[in-house]
Design a binder for this molecule. Sequence first.
Ligand SMILES: Nc1ncnc2c1ncn2[C@@H]1O[C@H](COP(=O)(O)OP(=O)(O)O)[C@@H](O)[C@H]1O
Ligand SMILES: [Mg+2]
Length: 231
Amino acid sequence: MSTALLKFDDLVCGYGDTMVLRGLSGAVGPGRVLGVLGRNGVGKTTLMRALTGFLPLREGAVTLGGRDLARALPHQRLALGMAYAPQEDVVFGDLSVQENLWLHLDDRDPDRYAACLALFPRLVERTSQRAGSLSGGERKLLSFTRTLGLRAALSILDEPTEGVQPENIERMVALVRARKAQGASFVIVEQNLEFLLAVADDLMAIDHGECLLKGEAAEFGREALEAHLMV
Ligand SMILES: Nc1ncnc2c1ncn2[C@@H]1O[C@H](COP(=O)(O)OP(=O)(O)O)[C@@H](O)[C@H]1O
Ligand SMILES: [Mg+2]
């Protein structure tokens, strides 16, 4: 796909001498969502760390908008338009909800968060509370909101719905679709197949650091995905 925003080719990487990813390739076009599926421990989070530069590659390449990211550190990738909401350690617990939202930004443009905060009143109610006092699902919502507020060309979300209430998951679907309609792209790791199928254009399933299946989401039946991927 020559028009891909993000491209990753033959990624090999891991921890110490153990290679977790064993030659993964994929691409994400503008305004598209790549959903990444797989059982626990197969390397989904490791792939996100490889894309975002938190883990060095042993082999392979990542490009964003045609630019090779080999030398780009995580904060430089963010400046180039790649935002990341990791699976763990999603907020600064000692800071307030509000501080979490504004800490990393130079401007105070309220429009950044308007769409998310309109749908997540819980965060507005708790704006001056310590983020550490939020439930796990609320912290995920805060991380999701902060990441969408960056208005990045590409957002990488690792299990964004983990612990989130069903009504808020539906709102997350609406927010991702709205960003997509504006041309934004996403890579989303999820265990929640319903959420993923509601937003994904393309799917990629991983097992043992290798690609099990890849293609347009519409090609795959839900039952087949469940049978292959759920424990
Ligand atoms: N920081 C780490 N150090 C060593 N091994 C790790 C580390 N993080 C993950 N792993 C191992 O890498 C493999 C893939 O983990 P991960 O990418 O987190 O899987 P997933 O996100 O699909 O559940 C697992 O065997 C896990 O134990
Ligand atoms: Mg993970």
